[in-house]
Every structure is written in C-alpha cells, then in structure tokens.
Design a protein. Structure first.
Length: 250
C-alpha cells in the first residue's frame, strides 16, 4: 500500500493516512515518529518509513499527540514488535492505557449524522478500524521538560482540551509545529478550510481546546503540520489566532 509522503522541511515529512496524518522526523539513520494513524493504516505507516529510507526498527521513539484511536493505531505494535518506546504527556498516559476514554462516542456521531460529511467519514472510520481498541500497555511520560533528545529535537507543549494530555510538538530548528488535533487545516466533517478547530463533538472540553490556541499563538514557526488536513504555510501564531477567532464566532 503506497503512502502519501511529503517532505516539508529538512528531515521532516508529513504523511497522509486514510483520514489522519502522522509525521516522520529523520536524523541520519534514526527516526522519530509522531502519531501512527488508524489501526488500518499500518501498511501505509510501514510504507511511509520505507519511503524516507527507514523502517520500524530505526524508529527511536513514537511520540503521541493524544491517545485517540486514529493516532495510536500502531503504537502498541511498534512497542511490542520492535521495543519502541511510546512517549506522551503525563496526563495522557492513563488515556493511552485505556484507563478511561475521552473520544467521541458512536451515539454522538449518530446524533451528528445529519451534518455534511459525517456519514461518509464514519464509514471510513469503521473500515480503518477506528472503533477498535489498541491500548498502549506500557506508555511512558516524557522524561524531562524542554526539547527531547530525539531526531528532530521536538519540544512537547501541553495543549489540553481535545483530551486532557494533548500535546503539540514544536521544532524550533525548522520552524515546524506538529499540531495533532489542537489545530486542523481540514477535516471531512467540516466545511472550513485553512486553520480551524475541529467540530465540537470531537473535543473532550471544547472551551479548553479554544484556550489552548492561545498557547499555540506564542510559538514561532511558519509550517503547520496538523493531524487532519494539508500542510499549512504561514506564521503559526496567525494560524492559531484565525482558528481561535473562528471557534469563538461559531
């Protein structure tokens, strides 16, 4: 299965899966993987690593923006099959273990089925294994504050709201922000294009998700790599400000 891999900066690649993106950071022969797509994206995930000259055994760590099924689909596979550590914000560790679940329910999706794009999206979710549970049995909290000693030098920034422990990853050296679901540029269930907050049903606490956009406004960069939608070029603070204004107006 071919993967849609796009190089966006030196050693930085955005990959489009079935409905979710992940990011590969390369430093020589070592790689950091940010998110892993749906369970059904595994062959795409492995193909994307091969496309940039690597493989699962070369992944030093998996970083997770948040523990929704469309972002941790192959994290446990990589951990058990290759010994790859899976790192998250401390508040997201129990979520990744599935001590609890902060994710849109089937009932909430059905109540929103009248909205444009929701039903086709839901069908694709089912086909991609989106209702399956693949908990990470031994997730790890980040070892320290500040930049992580990993390829790409990612800096976790806590942006709660979508989930309690959601993090974006700032790459100051390349001007990149990996935003997960704290800031999107497109989604099948949204008519908005460009920087915006995902529809309300997807957030555990929408008000906190809106407030976290103010945190993103303080981060320098000019390349936004969202969990959903295409790469966005332009000042990251302006993208976050636009998304916050749109969220407050809706």
């Amino acid at each position: 299965m071919r993967a849609d891999v796009r190089q966006v900066a030196d050693g930085t690649y955005l990959v489009h899966g079935s409905d979710t993106n992940w990011v590969i950071l390369r430093d020589g022969d070592a790689f950091t993987l940010v998110d892993t797509g749906y369970p059904g994206d595994r062959q795409r995930l492995l193909a994307s690593l091969e496309a940039v000259g690597g493989g699962p055994e070369a992944v030093v760590a998996v970083l997770i923006t948040h523990a929704h099924n469309d972002h941790i689909g192959s994290a446990e596979y990589l951990r058990t099959a290759h010994g790859t550590p899976v790192l998250l914000h401390p508040a997201e560790v129990p979520h990744a273990r599935r001590d609890f679940l902060q994710q849109v329910s089937v009932g909430e999706v059905l109540r929103n089925a009248w909205r444009p794009g929701v039903l086709p999206w839901a069908v694709r979710v089912l086909r991609s294994g989106g209702t399956e549970q693949h908990p990470v049995t031994a997730p790890q909290a980040f070892p320290a504050d500040g930049p992580l000693d990993l390829p790409g030098g990612p800096v976790p920034v806590h942006t709660p709201g979508h989930t309690d422990g959601h993090c974006v990853y700032h790459l100051p050296g390349t001007g990149v922000l990996v935003s997960g679901d704290a800031l999107a540029s497109g989604h099948s269930t949204s008519r908005v294009r460009g920087p915006h907050l995902l529809p309300g049903m997807f957030h555990h606490e929408r008000a906190r998700a809106v407030s976290s956009l103010e945190t993103i406004e303080r981060l320098d960069g000019d390349i936004l790599l969202p969990g959903h939608g295409p790469v966005h070029h332009g000042p990251v603070p302006e993208a976050a400000r636009l998304a916050r204004e749109r969220a407050q107006a809706s």
